[in-house]
Structure formats: structure tokens, C-alpha cells
Design a protein around this ligand. Sequence first.
Ligand code: NAD
Length: 497
Amino acid sequence: MLRMTFRNYIGGRWADSVSGKLFENRNPADRTDLIGVFQESTPADAADAIAAAGRAYPSWRQVPAPRRAEILFRAAQLIAERKEDFARDMTREMGKVLDETRGDVQEAIDMTYFMAGEGRRLYGQTVPSELPNKFAMSVRQPIGVCAVITPWNFPMAIPSWKIIPALVCGNTVVFKPATLTPLSAVNFVKVLEEAGVPPGVVNLVTGGSEVGTLLSTHQDVSVVSFTGSTAVGRLVNQNAADSFKKVHLEMGGKNVIMIMDDAQLELAVEGCLWGGFGTSGQRCTAASRVVVHEKVYDRFVTELVGRAKALRVGDGLDPSIQMGPVVSEAQLATVAQYVEIGCKEGATLLTGGHQLRDGAYASGFFHEPTIFGDVSPTMRIAQEEIFGPVVAVMRSHSLEEAIAIGNNVSYGLSASIYTRDVNKAFTAMRDLYTGIFYVNAPTIGAEVHLPFGGTKATGNGHREAGTAALDVFSEWKSVYVDFSGRLQRAQIDTQEL
Ligand code: NAD
């Protein structure tokens, strides 16, 4: 069988790893389907990429931002032209259904257009000086080499959220994608190359934690932008501390949908189905917790369980399929482990709970959509990120109780409320301590022109997307121009009026 071999991209050349080792990328819906082999890179490869990015930085930072943006506009166009192929590659390598991978690629297109537009803005401030004949302003300046470390669940969208704002601000990049989704990374980097990003400005190194560790410790990396699990994010933060890197972390979530007794119940059921089982529950914003007012609990649960049972699970390349496999054997094992924990903790398994192994499922990592009822907020299935098709349903007696349950987890990414009462909606919007909040929509569905990120163990205070992302990839410089021709001392030489 023909074996496709993919390479690293360093200093404008597609290159083999010095390790001489390769790793396989296989379809989680069908393990017999080998997508290709990729470089199992070493810290030495990552160091080469950092050096290439360092060499490219002095000239790239001097390219006027609107010219940098012209290249990015071309890249957006190319991604749009190849959307269908990229979506198919993505479904094949990580399993989510075609509609969703098309959405993932679309998000990369949207982000690239949006950030390219910023090339003609990158606004700073001009403010009046407190002294006469003095001009005061602030400008954004690039920072240097940015390391971009990404997860597998949004294989093109998340890299675009980081790489494109880094580039428009004038930085250079070393990109390490997740080992489960290297093909989407290659697709994305090839587009950047073709659009005219100069050699060394973007570099790609495939491989695992050793590469990530080098990127987060190397003294010539100025920014690390990481999305992934909270455990690895903590490590990245610690590793980067010695060299005072700017560290941007987007990590886990345990998101909540709150359903009030006045909610439009059918709409809430639809939202929970999409929020809980979209991407097989493997979204950082997945609605893994649902808190339902006791008055509508039974009706809601009956309807949600009926709809979950009817979901068509299978290969995401088949357009009739609604939920694909989970991404890996390890992820499947984690789901099985949490199903067991939920049962032991005394929650009621309302539907699902099993791996699917027969017939068309035999060579993939499929799991039934799973719902637990009678969950208490302190159970592990209500507290810990499972990252699979498992939804925990809880009861509440009031809005206040729902909000307290919503907040009582270590994460703070996304929350939502279903209600027709504007007072309840605004109260919840104010009191949920999360980075994202929805009214009458599930916890997923962010758009690229607003900040994206979370509080507590989800993030470390930065945001991606929107113009907020520019704050990660640039530093402020305040500039004072004194044209008085004499020494003027701020705060001292004040004139009496
Ligand atoms: P992960 O933490 O296992 O891996 C993320 C990336 O870090 C991968 O590229 C991995 O190779 C790399 N890595 C592993 N060890 C490293 C180390 N020691 N140093 C540096 N890098 C290292 O996460 P995952 O399984 O790929 O993704 C799932 C997680 O990502 C979930 O927890 C999910 O909530 C989170 N996520 C968060 C967001 C968000 O915006 N908050 C978005 C998507 C996914």
C-alpha cells in the first residue's frame, strides 16, 4: 500500500526529523485506514525551528502590517477554496462529522480574514499630554518567536486563532500540533507557504511532549500560546517561568446549561443534544453538565434521553451520521472509566454507557451517547472534565441554586441559561464566573470576533480571538515626543492656570 510521508517545515524547507523516526496517523472510525506517517521530532528539531524563526524575525517585524495582512488575506482565500478537502482530511484523522469539520475550517477562514483586517488597524491610543508641546501615544510592538502548542479537537481552527494574530502583529512562529491531528496542521502550513509567508516566519514541528517541553523552556522563545488539558497547561506554565515567557493558556472545561421552569423545553433539549454530543462531547465548551429546574426535570429528561437514543453514531464521513467516534483508545478508556465512576457514585444511568463494538463499529473507537440523571453536584462526573459523550443531569430548586451549582467547579469556560424571563437571564449572565455565556443557546458556538477563553483552571487571564488576541501577541509601547525644545518634567513642571 502507498504510504504518504509528511515532513516538518523549518526555515522554508520540508524536512525530515533528525530522529529518523515516524509515527502513524490512523482514522479513529476505522483503524485499518492509515492516513499517513509523520515526523517523530526531537528537541533538536524544535531548536532548529526556533533558530529559523529567530532568523526570520528581524525582517518580518519590519514588513508593514498591511502588507503582512495581504499575505494572510490570500491564505484565507486558499483555505476557502480547499474547505471541502480539508474538512474531509480532518474527519478522517479525528472523527468529528463532516458538518463540524467544515465548521472548523470555516472558523480558520473567518479568523484569518478577521485578523488580516487588523493589519490595517492594530489600533493604539493617542492621548493629550499633561505638558505643552508634547505628544503622547501608545503603539503595539511584536514580541519575537511564538511557540504555538495545540490540541486535536479543533485541528485547524485553534492553530489559526494563534498563528494568524501572531503573524499580523509581526512575530514569527514555531507550531507544534497534537500528534493525533498532524495532517490538518500540514494543510494549514502549506496554505501559508503558498500564500507567500516568507521562509522561517512559520515553522512546523510534529511530535509529542518532548517537543512541547523544549518549546516552553527554550530561551529564544518569547511567547508560548497553549491550548490543551489543565494538567499539561500547568506544566507549560512552570516550564516557561524560568525564562519569563509570556504564557497564554486555554485549558479544560466543565460547562453548564441551566434550564429554568419557564424555558422553551424543546429548544433546551436541542441545545443540550448539540452541546453535549457535538464532536462526541470532545469540545472544551461541551455542555457536560445540565442543571434542570425540578418542575420540568422529568419531562426534560424523558425528551433528552429519547433524542440521545435516536442519534446516529458512525463514521463522520457518512452524511447521515450525527455523532462520530471518540478520538483514540485512551479517550475511549477514559469515558469507560467515568461511566463506572458515575454508576459507583450512585447516579442513574439513563441511556448509553457502552462502547459500540459490533459490525460497522468493529474497527473504530465508538461509544454510545450517555446520560446520567440524579447526579449530585459534588460527584466526580459533575466536577471533572471527561471529554467524551457523557452528560450529567442535576436538579435545582431555584435560579440561585442553579447558579451556585454552575459556579462550583474548578473550571470557568462557558455557561448558558434557557429561560424566557429577562431578569433571570441577566442575573445569570452577571453571576456566572465564566469567560463565555449564552442565553437560550448551548455552551458552544463562539464567533471569531469576540474574545474566547475562560476563568479559573480554564485560563490564565488571556483571551484568544477578537482584538483581545492581539494583546497576547504584542506588547504595548508608550511613546512621548517632546517638541518644546526644553526639559519638561512630568508631574513637576505643572503650570498654575
Ligand atoms: P493535551 O494537554 O494532552 O495536549 C495538548 C498539546 O500539548 C498537544 O500538542 C500535546 O502534544 C502537547 N503536550 C503534551 N505534553 C506536553 C508538555 N509536557 N509540554 C508542552 N506540550 C505538551 O490536550 P489534548 O488531549 O490534545 O486536548 C484536550 C484538552 O484540550 C481538553 O482538556 C480540552 O478541554 C482542552 N481544550 C481547551 C480549549 C480552550 O480553548 N479552553 C479548546 C480545545 C481544547
